[in-house]
Ligand binder design. Structure first.
Ligand code: ADP
Ligand code: MG
Length: 277
């Protein structure tokens, strides 16, 4: 048995041997659904021979290429699935406009807040970079392997209301708990009805100490009672949100109006924020 197999497969030269092995690599890599392994294995083999790597070093180098390629394409998929309004990163952010929060945001960029299920609240006037930073933290999360969903508070309310009407709220909340990060943008731009506020409270509760939220608002917490139409619900919600949270306050004039000589006109600032968002 062994000998007949050997007879058929015995290579006559090293070159023939390598060709056969590369073919087999193609087959095995495809079977593992890791086609990049073939390319890395052949490319790194020359390097390994030249540099006299151990078998272990060579195997580790090949697998490392596959794992980092998978992570990168996984991050791209998670970023596309998150529903960000625009691709904004921490690298794009100019810190001279918000020097006071730079250190806090740099600490968040390590992604530790996600594994600890901590929240981030970004407060501040329109155009100061809240949505930009919320998106950038979402991209950080996606790069750290977390699933992310971005939507405005109004969109979340619509989504939860639909699930509730269909009798599927518990299932929807359970599904959302599988996302390491949920971003709720623009709390406070539009009022939320009392029933919807209760649904939103359930979203906050279901994630409490389990998975992270990033929220943005143009209003201080003292204004949230008015948004949710109920001081008690707002207080209970804020209590859970801020128990484990970084609350960052952005300041200053709208970045959108920089250099246009308009940044001291509140009426124009508000209109622009609404039309551009
Ligand atoms: P907000 O959500 O606070 O209203 P945005 O995050 O939407 O503000 O910012 C408005 C626009 O200005 C966006 O295009 C954003 O990328 C840009 N922007 C705001 N602040 C900065 C900054 N410090 N550096 C770079 N771009 C910024
Ligand atoms: Mg915004």
């Amino acid at each position: 048995m062994v000998s007949s197999k050997t007879t058929v497969k015995t290579p006559t030269t090293t070159a023939h041997n390598t060709t056969e092995s590369v073919k087999q690599l193609h087959y095995l890599a495809a079977a593992l659904k890791a086609p990049r392994i073939t390319e890395a294995a052949t490319r790194l083999a020359d390097q390994a021979r030249d540099a006299g790597w151990s078998f272990e070093d060579y195997l580790a180098a090949v697998l490392e290429r596959e794992v980092s390629a998978r992570n990168a394409s996984g991050a791209q998929l998670r970023i596309r699935a998150a529903g960000f309004p625009a691709a904004k990163t921490l690298e794009d952010f100019e810190w001279d406009t918000q020097p006071s929060i730079r250190g806090d945001v740099a600490a968040l960029a390590s992604g530790g807040f996600l594994t600890e299920a901590r929240n981030v609240v970004l407060l501040g006037p329109p155009g100061t970079g809240k949505t930009h930073l919320a998106t950038a933290l979402g991209i950080v999360a996606a790069r750290h392997g977390h699933r992310v969903l971005f939507a405005t508070a109004t969109d979340w309310v619509t989504r939860l209301t639909e699930a509730h009407r269909a009798g599927k709220l518990p299932g929807e909340l359970a599904r959302l708990r599988r996302y390491g990060l949920i971003i709720v943008d623009e709390v406070g731009y539009l009022p939320i009805e009392q029933d919807a506020a209760n649904l939103f409270f359930q979203l906050v509760s279901s994630r409490y100490e389990h998975a992270s939220l990033v929220l943005t608002s143009n209003l201080p917490f003292s204004g949230w009672g008015g948004v949710f139409g109920d001081q008690a619900v707002a207080a209970a919600m804020i209590d859970r949100i801020v128990h484990h949270a970084d609350v960052l306050t952005l300041k200053g004039a709208s970045y959108r109006l920089r250099g246009r000589g308009l940044d001291s006109l509140p009426s124009i600032r508000t209109t622009t924020a609404e039309t551009e968002n």
